[in-house]
Design a protein around this ligand. Structure first.
Ligand SMILES: [Zn+2]
Length: 319
């Protein structure tokens, strides 16, 4: 009996210590909490839409809520999203959703009435006014026909009368101006005039890609005027080697460029979003997680990532 007990004691002590449970399997395992928790994605493209989208407003909001995102801003190139945002928020309680309007030909271009009615939509979720995207002069000349023309918002450094009216509404209602796909020179002119008219918050839509194509010096100029430069995760994936034809004409702005921009402009002057939602692409929540991983690998600090993905979007939305 004594022999058996001794043998048992020996067997136990001879066993190697059991590894801590967390170390079993994949050291280290993927994080339990999404790195994108608490993020507000300022730029997503859900369905319904005129282009192929992967998820509806409600589906995208459901995934985003499960990942712990704080909010989404719905963008559509041809219609208002203020009403959709209100409905999606009702369907998916626990996440904040905003919308707005893109001033393409579908809504009459630089049309003050369209902006005025958008922000009055019930639910009060209409917040963002994007300048023209695919109908802008810059977009048409860059991607469609170099001899063609599109909507202008400023000529020779002076904003057009319609643009002036829209800026006054944005200032009065404290909406968020996003510059869309206009020329870099127009971004500068509109930012300057918007600030003079009392517009608080301005976001330069994917400012460093070929549309609008701001140089770092121009980006610095508008950041000093009080605008914030947007970088979208979609731009990490675009360029001539991209897998889909629709992604090939956009220059790539990767994590190293963002790391350089943080040094040049300061994290307070940058906002990171995804511009995702396209058919065949990852969800925007996946995009945010990937973007955070890429930024950290490029040496951007957690504090700066927090500013660019959580604090700055909250500030721009007036939270
Ligand atoms: Zn977009």
């Amino acid at each position: 009996m004594k022999k058996i007990l001794l043998a048992a004691a020996f067997a136990v002590s001879a066993c190697p210590a059991l590894p801590a449970f967390a170390q079993v399997g994949f050291p280290p395992p993927p994080p339990k909490v999404s790195p994108a928790a608490g993020v507000i994605d300022m730029h997503v493209h859900p369905d319904p839409d005129v282009f192929g989208r992967a998820l509806t407003d409600v589906e995208m909001a459901t995934v985003a809520r499960r990942k712990g995102l704080r909010g989404l801003v719905l963008k559509n190139h041809v219609g208002t999203t203020a009403d959709r945002a209100a409905l999606a928020m009702q369907a998916v309680p626990g996440i904040e959703i905003w919308g707005g309007i893109v001033l393409n030909h579908a809504v009459g271009g630089i049309n003050p009435s369209a902006v005025e009615w958008m922000h009055r939509m019930s639910g009060s979720r209409g917040k963002v006014v994007w300048l023209p995207t695919f109908d802008s002069d810059k977009h048409v000349k860059t991607l469609v026909n170099k001899d063609g023309s599109g909507i202008r918002v400023a000529v020779d450094g002076k904003v057009t009368p319609q643009m002036e009216e829209v800026l006054k509404i944005i200032a009065r209602e404290n909406l968020l101006l996003a510059t869309g796909h206009v020329h870099a020179e127009e971004v500068i002119a509109v930012t300057r005039r918007a600030k003079e008219l009392g517009v608080k918050n301005i976001i330069v839509t994917h400012g460093l890609t070929n549309i609008p194509g701001l140089t770092m010096a121009q980006a610095k100029e508008v950041v000093q005027m009080g605008a914030v430069i947007e970088v979208c995760y979609l731009q990490f994936l675009t360029g001539p080697d991209a897998q889909y034809a629709w992604m090939k004409h956009w220059t790539q702005v990767g994590a190293m460029t963002v790391a350089a921009a943080v040094k040049e402009l300061g994290a307070d002057g940058i906002v990171l979003s995804t511009d995702l939602g396209q058919q065949g692409m990852m969800t925007n929540a996946d995009g945010l997680e990937n973007m955070i991983g890429a930024m950290k690998a490029a040496g951007v600090s957690d504090g700066d990532i927090d500013k660019m993905m959580r604090k700055n979007p909250a500030r721009l939305l007036g939270l």
